[in-house]
Design a protein around this ligand. Structure first.
Ligand code: SF4
Length: 233
């Protein structure tokens, strides 16, 4: 199997609501989000420890009685050629399979879903689907048609999913947040996560202050208000 596992957490209760999962990290990413905290995997995908498949699946077997599933994260996992084979092996082990993705490769999502290899997808929607906003938040030019296609595929997949956005006022203005909110329906419960400047990928972004509790509360309430008006999703 053509896969390199660059990180392995044996159990997490925060990656999939209501499930206890192991987390596998695959290297490399086609984005350079300023707030990224997994950037060693992104910038230096060949460095660091590599976990063998044998080791990871031995551990998963040993933990099987209390694990519900495995979250495949990164980096951007859809860049790894062996992703489908890895997900298949997770399912063969009797475990649920969750995928974290930036949504840039809809054709890979389509293939995984067609083969019934994924039970839950969490997709980052970095910004409203506007070229400048997305480039600022992803750190590279992004094919917005691919992002929109991934959202459509996920919505029609018939599995659980979550859209999530990492927010900081230095990256998204209030009007951009409003445009973002209109991408989602209230039922989808999109997640707004706080971007943490300390230790982030971008040296420029590191200079910003953390978002305050009050700022976070205000933008969360604003998002909720706009979601109620939204009919999409
Ligand atoms: S999509 Fe962004 S946050 Fe996620 S791994 Fe890539 S650079 Fe980091």
């Amino acid at each position: 199997m053509d896969i390199r596992i660059k990180g392995f957490i044996e159990s997490s209760c925060s990656d999939w609501p209501g499930q206890v999962v192991a987390v596998i990290f695959l290297p490399g990413c086609n984005f350079r989000c300023p707030y990224c905290h997994n950037y060693p995997l992104v910038l230096n995908p060949d460095e660091g420890e590599t976990f063998t498949l044998e080791y990871v699946f031995q551990r998963l077997a040993a933990l099987r009685s209390w694990l519900d599933g495995v979250c495949v994260s990164g980096g951007e996992p859809t860049l790894s050629a062996g992703l489908a084979a890895l997900c298949g092996k997770i399912k063969e082990a009797g475990l649920l399979c969750k995928l974290d993705t930036n949504g840039s490769r809809p054709q890979v999502l389509q293939e995984l879903l067609a083969r019934d290899l994924i039970d839950f997808i969490a997709m980052d929607v970095k910004a409203p689907l506007l070229a400048d906003s997305y480039e600022r938040c992803a750190g590279v030019k992004v094919d917005l048609a691919a992002i929109g296609k991934s959202m459509e595929i996920i919505r029609n997949a018939g599995i659980a999913y979550q859209f999530r956005t990492t927010y900081h006022p230095a990256l998204l203005s209030e009007s951009e947040l409003e445009a973002l909110a209109l991408l989602f329906s209230q039922d989808e419960k999109p997640l707004l996560q706080k971007a943490c400047p300390s230790g982030a990928l971008s040296l420029d972004f590191r200079r910003h202050e953390d978002i305050t509790a009050q700022q976070y509360q205000e933008v969360t309430v604003m998002m909720q208000r706009l979601l109620k008006k939204s009919s999409k999703g």
